[in-house]
Write a protein that binds this ligand. Structure first.
Ligand code: PLP
Length: 450
């Protein structure tokens, strides 16, 4: 067990007395005290390299000085006054910025929220109101959030959907195009997008396409295991939407704001979505989310159909404006692409050495390392992922896994190459120690993950 974690363990113990287990996804008893950039410290004084960015919510790193300054300046002026009733400048400025950095050369409007989840709920409302259709299609393995609408879109965990029904009606799911575990056993050169036939079949047999309001896609499946869809799939799906008057919606909550080397991941696929939902890194960790869409879609609801008292909080707006300018000034998108390519090379070198690594994939600093018990069967090595992440924590790296067995590598975009090298060395050491049987089973009691 990691030494010098007495205060961490004590806080975790107290936490479990007051916080329900349904509100947590435990990996290890890390209690954060402070941080800067890609370095975090716990309450016992241990230091960590952050390879998680608070679940991709800290693309500019922890406490970026420009974000901190913007927050302090705004707090001193005024903390909040609800934009449902009055106006403020930071909101307007930010909304304009968002319409400019999002793909699509058409008039757009913005609705703000407080979490990715509530903006996905809002997106459902706007899509239904605009199209006058009720049905929504999303993907098996997707995660869109925890509110009733977004959890109904999600299809990644039985625990998430148990005991709370009925969920939102008229939501259907299709399989995500997963080339590594292709259900049709196709290779790229002979793939005829058999996976899209599932949807076409539905349209032919029981799901009238003219009743479908929107198809909601994560441009890279995040919590589903960092799956990058083939470009031709995204194009074909988009065209199918256009042919049937269906809105093409992307959930950029996890992949947006430079993480994949572009402002938004969908730009890697050269498609202009009708609606973009964003959150997490938008305000460098301050609570904020947004729906950005064609103006005519956003004008389809009547007041006050989509308002929250604390939406577009000026402190969060100021943090978001600072976040956007940091991404521009520090060229974080370029950095994400370059460091991401470098990281993939390093993980592919490990893949050559260790058969437990079945696949390395991703874009920019959004990388998944798929651990398998056998490269032929591609069986998911869940225990390995849990133990390796736990050992990484013991050695000073914050790393988690999703989809049972995929190491989630999403460091802040401000991470340095030296920090990456140090983290990669620790990950490799942890893989070696796992393979030697040096990580005890008891860590599995703590490292539960998704
Ligand atoms: C793709 C995606 N959509 C939506 C959400 C939900 O966002 P939030 O946790 O801010 O409500 C998440 C969170 O992990 C996500 O990854």
């Amino acid at each position: 067990m990691k030494e010098n974690t007495i205060r961490c363990h004590s806080v975790v113990e107290q936490d479990s007395e007051v916080i329900p287990s349904g509100c947590r996804v435990p990996y290890y008893p890390l209690v954060i005290k402070s941080g800067s950039g890609a370095i975090m410290k716990d309450v016992d004084g241990n230091e960590y390299i952050d390879m998680l960015s608070s679940a991709a919510a800290l693309n500019t790193g922890q406490a970026h000085p420009k974000v901190v300054d913007a927050i302090i300046k705004q707090v001193k002026e005024f903390i909040h006054y609800t934009p449902a009733y009055v106006y403020h400048e930071a909101l307007v400025k930010l909304a304009k910025e968002l319409t400019e950095i999002t793909p699509g050369n058409f008039s757009k409007k913005v609705a703000f929220g407080l979490s990715g989840s509530d903006s996905n709920d809002g997106m459902i409302k706007f899509a239904r109101a605009y199209t006058g259709r009720s049905k929504i299609i999303s993907f098996v393995g997707s995660y869109h959030g925890s509110t009733y609408g977004s959890i109904s879109l999600s299809a990644i965990s039985l625990n998430m959907r148990r005991k709370i029904g009925p969920l939102l009606p008229d939501i259907d799911h299709i399989n995500y195009p997963d080339c590594y575990r292709c259900k049709f056993d196709k290779k790229e050169d002979c793939c005829k997008l058999e996976c899209l036939e599932e949807l076409e079949d539905k349209f032919r047999n029981y799901l009238p396409p003219e009743e479908v309001a929107a198809i909601v896609m994560e441009p890279i499946a995040g919590d589903g295991g960092l799956i990058v869809p083939p470009k031709k799939y995204v194009h074909a799906l988009y065209n199918l939407c256009k042919k049937n008057g269906i809105l093409f919606v992307v959930d950029e909550i996890q992949q947006g704001f430079g993480r994949t080397g572009k402002w938004f991941a969908i730009e890697n696929f050269d498609v202009e979505p009708d609606i973009i939902v964003m959150g997490k890194s938008i305000a460098s960790g301050m609570p904020m989310s947004a729906i950005v869409a064609r103006s005519e879609i956003m004008e389809s609801l009547d007041a006050p159909a989509h308002v929250f008292t604390t939406m577009a909080n000026p402190v969060s707006c100021s943090a978001a404006l600072a976040t956007i300018s940091v991404i521009k000034e520090e060229e974080l998108m370029k950095r994400s692409k370059e460091l991401g390519d470098y990281l993939k090379v390093r993980f592919n070198e490990m893949k050559d050495k260790y058969s437990i690594i079945g696949d390395v994939r991703g874009m920019g600093l959004s990388i998944g390392v798929d651990l398998v018990t056998d490269r032929n069967t591609k069986e998911r090595a869940r225990e390995a992922a849990a133990k390796i992440c736990y050992r990484c924590w013991e050695k000073g790296v914050i790393l988690t896994f999703f989809s049972n067995n995929v190491l989630r590598v999403q460091p802040p975009l401000v991470i340095t190459k030296e920090q990456i090298d140090k983290a990669v060395a620790i990950i490799e050491e942890s893989i070696n120690e796992y393979l030697k049987g040096d990580i005890p089973d008891e860590v599995l009691l703590e490292a539960k993950g998704w």
